[in-house]
Design a protein around this ligand. Sequence first.
Ligand SMILES: NC(=O)C1=CN([C@@H]2O[C@H](COP(=O)(O)OP(=O)(O)OC[C@H]3O[C@@H](n4cnc5c(N)ncnc54)[C@H](O)[C@@H]3O)[C@@H](O)[C@H]2O)C=CC1
Ligand SMILES: O=C(CO)COP(=O)(O)O
Length: 427
Amino acid sequence: MAGSALLGGHSKKHKVTVVGSGNWGSTISKIVAENAKLHSNLFEEEVQMWVYEEEVTIPSTSKNYDAAAGHDEPQKLTSIINNYHENVKYLPGVTLPSNLVANPSLVDAVRDASILIFNLPHQFIGKACDQMRGNILPYARGISCIKGVNVSDDGVSLFSEWIGDGLDIYVGALSGANIASEIAAEKWSETTIAYDPPLTDSRAPTPRSDSPQPAQPTVTVTDVPAVVHRDARGRASKTKLTGVPAEYPPLDHDSFRTLFHRPYFHVQMVSDVAGVSLGGALKNIVALAAGFVDGRGWGDNAKAAIMRIGLMEMVRFGKEFFGETVQSATFTETSAGVADLITSCSGGRNFRCARKAVEKGISVDEVERQELNGQKLQGTTTAYEVNSFLKARGLERDYPLFTAVNDILRGKKQVDDIPELVATLDD
Ligand SMILES: NC(=O)C1=CN([C@@H]2O[C@H](COP(=O)(O)OP(=O)(O)OC[C@H]3O[C@@H](n4cnc5c(N)ncnc54)[C@H](O)[C@@H]3O)[C@@H](O)[C@H]2O)C=CC1
Ligand SMILES: O=C(CO)COP(=O)(O)O
């Protein structure tokens, strides 16, 4: 293993905590726990996963079900995960590594963690950050796996930068063509991680693996100057970053690849945090549209048209609002761009729920409640939020597909109107 994995002489290892334990949260936890065990020179073997506690009954279909052991009675989800290494509610049928520990206390789970992985539906991240504030290491680094954007009166921001600003830490982004159930079953896929902190966390010299390993000088947090952090649009952010102390192995592209890369999960490291985050957020709106036309029975040509127009609007949105840093190639060449768009419009939950809503003549929200057993769609809220952002700026007509999805969700337009509505883009 090249790069960081060869580093020696550091007195501390990185503690990794995953904030979230849904379908994707549990899958990513499995991946990083496997790698923490494999790379125990860099990471503490035990990985913590914060679980929003709930009472759950082990389904009789689970290989861990035992009626004689009282499994027909509800139990705490954290107990089930820690005893049976299965998240029976959000990732049933998948064995989780035994070094992954489910923790119902968010404050306890994030304590002393130098790597925080944010992986929960975006509607819950604000409250989680409120609890974390003041209870994390000042030099922690984060990766956001959340697919959504944060819209407020001030404008639109990426969850990576919003979490980073709120917690005064640097947060990168992971996104890709990543349907969780396939990855949990260890079927090959690719992902993209964008990580571009303003100061090099890899200050320590890299000793050759065949030479004696000199002890690293110990520095405390206060020895590392805080620097002004620039956000994904190149603007100076409020966040004053604290450097990662030299007792730890450096955190750089090599170390994050080591943490996430598996034989069945191939990682591409990039620096375009805005492009990676926007790809993951905006494709969910397009996936709803793909579900609408599929549910209407219009076939693959219509779905391909939706993807083409959707990709154009995604690139346009990125250029218009994050233009100083976003790269079109992130949308057209990485897993976080076009590949995620394709997989999400083929088998994602937003696509499937929108299709079923049209087939059954009910709302997408109703399908979500009936079919997803507590899992959450991100496309509906993203469609509403992006629409309110565009509307406030008089730009709805520039994004006709995004606008059509919002209007269909709100019952103001019909699926049959889509061809006419999106035709304006090419006029
Ligand atoms: N599932 C997938 O295939 C993929 C999902 N993603 C993204 O990952 C993010 C996380 O989604 P999933 O892990 O799939 O979640 P999920 O939709 O499977 O699960 C819902 C999660 O929300 C938690 N929850 C429910 N009420 C809560 C509350 N009041 N406070 C805090 N948490 C609460 C549940 O405990 C559960 O962990 C989303 O942004 C999603 O778009 C990204 C790639 C793939
Ligand atoms: O992001 C995903 C695949 O990359 C999953 O999308 P859904 O949330 O629509 O299932």
